[in-house]
Structures are given as structure tokens and as C-alpha cells.
Design a protein around this ligand. Structure first.
Ligand code: DC
Length: 218
């Protein structure tokens, strides 16, 4: 059988993780898992139904569509609803809760059991897949990340300015890096990629080359 590896991609908000991870997964015919979308789905569920639902997560059905982009919450396609400002502004707080992390981390580990997964998030290399064969930590300056996010938000039709987005990114970095459980931190064995001045194809190529080197070993 063809050898497969798992690829863990971590980094702060808007560092380019999902765009790159999706492209790498497509090139390698691997499954792409956006763990941020899972935390966003739980946050949407809590906004709609009240914080009490966090105690009954086992009843929650979160699935990805076959296109690797859509996400379903109890059978409903919530791919657009999880990207609203309300969800973005609450997701760091909800994702700092122990019961939420326990539930989603175990789901993520199950998905990656058979390898052939590119998973992006904040704690993939450190907590979810500490044995992943390839770990990448992507970073870029807050200003550059805010500019990238502004382009995405404009395409989505959101009325937001650069200053608000920069503040939001800095606040989310602070919450994600300083929370008690599984804070955002580079795994000691992760390759650091500063994408501030790299194009998407450049980053993609670099990761593909590292993956191919690992697949050629033994
Ligand atoms: O990648 P994103 O911006 O969609 O992630 C949304 C939030 O979810 C992020 O601010 C922190 C949280 N998150 C997390 O705590 N652990 C992960 N593995 C992925 C995301």
C-alpha cells in the first residue's frame, strides 16, 4: 500500500493556513480538515442555543462535506454562518473551554487515524497529532494578515475596515496564545515558515517538497 503521512499546520489567525492546507491536500489527494471551522460550528451552536449546550456536546453532529469546504451542524450546511463577525468575536472564548477541546480533539484524532490528512489549526502539532510526520508553523505580521483577511471579507461582502480587522487579529492572537489549555505555540519539531513575503504557490511548493522528501524515506 502507498505510504501516507499526516501533515499538521498551525499558526495564528489569517496566516494563510487554510488556503495552503487545502491546496497541499488537493495536490497529494489527502483529506483536508479545517479544525477552526469545527470550533466555529460549536460557537455558532452556543450562540443560537445558549452556553448551556456546551455540556451536551455528545449530541452534536459536526461533519465536513465531500468538497472539503462545507461544514454541517446537525445536518444543516453552516459554512457561511460560521464566518460571521459574531462567531469570529466569540470563537476564541468558546474554544478555550476544556469540554469543547476534549470533544473536538478526540474527533480530530479519529479522523486522522488512517493518515493521509492535512489538518490546520492552533494545536495540531502539539496536542492533536503530536506524532504527525510533518509539522509546519506558519506566521506573518499582524498587518499583513489583516490585509489578507480584508480581501476575503470584502469578497464575502462584509462591511469592515483594516483597523478593525487588525485589532480583531491582535486580540484573537492574544487569547489563542495565552489560554490555559493547548495555547497556540510552535511545536519544537515544527518547521517555521514566515509567509509575510511569500506567495501562496511558494509556500505550497515548500510544503509539498518536504512531504515528498519524507515519503521517499525508507
Ligand atoms: O482558524 P480560524 O480562525 O477559523 O479559527 C477560529 C478559532 O478557533 C481560533 O481563533 C481559535 C480556535 N481554534 C483552536 O482553538 N484550536 C484549533 N485547532 C483551531 C482553532
Amino acid at each position: 500500500m502507498k505510504k501516507k503521512i499526516n501533515i499538521a499546520i498551525d499558526g495564528p489567525a489569517a496566516a494563510g493556513k487554510s488556503t495552503i492546507s487545502r491546496r497541499v491536500a488537493q495536490r497529494m489527494a489527502y483529506i483536508y480538515i479545517d479544525t477552526g471551522a469545527m470550533y466555529r460550528a460549536v460557537t455558532l451552536h452556543a450562540i443560537r442555543n445558549g452556553r448551556g449546550v456546551i455540556d451536551q456536546l455528545d449530541d452534536l453532529d459536526i461533519r465536513f462535506g465531500t468538497d472539503g469546504t462545507s461544514i454541517y451542524l446537525n445536518g444543516e450546511d453552516v459554512s457561511a454562518d460560521i464566518r460571521t463577525q459574531e462567531v469570529t468575536n466569540n470563537v476564541s472564548e468558546i474554544s478555550s473551554l476544556a469540554e469543547v477541546r476534549r470533544y473536538l480533539v478526540s474527533m480530530q484524532q479519529k479522523i486522522a487515524e488512517d493518515k493521509g490528512v492535512v489538518m490546520d489549526g492552533r494545536d495540531i502539532g502539539t496536542t492533536v497529532l503530536p506524532e504527525a510526520e510533518l509539522k509546519v508553523y506558519m506566521k506573518a505580521s499582524p498587518e499583513i494578515r489583516a490585509k489578507r483577511r480584508l480581501k476575503e471579507e470584502k469578497e464575502r461582502g462584509t462591511d469592515i475596515d483594516l483597523a478593525t480587522l487588525t485589532d480583531q487579529i491582535i486580540r484573537r492572537d492574544d487569547l489563542d496564545m495565552n489560554r490555559e489549555i493547548s495555547p497556540l505555540i510552535k511545536a519544537h519539531d515544527a518547521v517555521l515558515l514566515d509567509t509575510s513575503h511569500m506567495s501562496i504557490p511558494e509556500v505550497e511548493e515548500k510544503i509539498i517538497r518536504m512531504a515528498e522528501d519524507l515519503l521517499r524515506e525508507d
